[in-house]
Design a protein around this ligand. Sequence first.
Ligand code: CTP
Ligand code: CA
Length: 226
Amino acid sequence: LESEIRARDLAREHVLITAGATREEIDPVRFISNRSSGRMGFALAEAARARGAQVTVIAGMTTAPEPYGVELVRVCSAEEMLRAVLERLPHATAFIAAAAVADYRPATRQAQKIKKTGARLTLELEPTPDILATVAARKHESLLVVGFAAETERVVEHARDKLERKGLDLVVANDVSQKGAGFDSETNIVTLVTRDGEESLPLMTKSEVAHRILDTVARLRKLARG
Ligand code: CTP
Ligand code: CA
């Protein structure tokens, strides 16, 4: 049985996972965020734990049920998520960036609630740190780094570009324009892009997708060990 072969194959791994949506404050009562449910990251956490891994999840805002039996750390902004990730990175053997991190945040956070004046209002945004790229850039020899790529066109091409640009081991490419894929969905349709090829998977639950991602992590680990 496939599930028996998988059983505890990750017992030597400590998997660090980001999940959910970050939240970037505009003023004391408002923020910028996105539709991520955290379901994919939490599914990865549960699947990795079931296969014997030690698991730490750094989560932003989520609506999915929390994973059982794993260390769960809550953060708000991209900046906070980066700090929490870097703190735990020395203990990790695999990093999986499943969070939907805001690419931009307000350049200044207003200390007081912004009042309505009736006039137009322009919010100036600045880029947030790229957590995945930062981790990949300082990765130690045995760390496997996995990213997601949410795309709406030329999915595999963009994913391969992210793999190379950020120096990743695996990119999970997601066509978010397809029904049944991506944000706030129970299911996903992904292509697993590695240096040595790509594997397109049919529509499946996020739990099944999680196991296929971890199968690839286990395979890359074996390759690295030789
Ligand atoms: N990511 C991250 N930190 C950011 C932005 C993205 O860690 N500040 C991670 C996501 O968790 C995901 C991967 O990077 O694993 C790719 O996210 P995606 O939004 O698809 O790509 P970007 O590199 O942000 O590029 P773009 O949004 O322009 O496609
Ligand atoms: Ca992005």
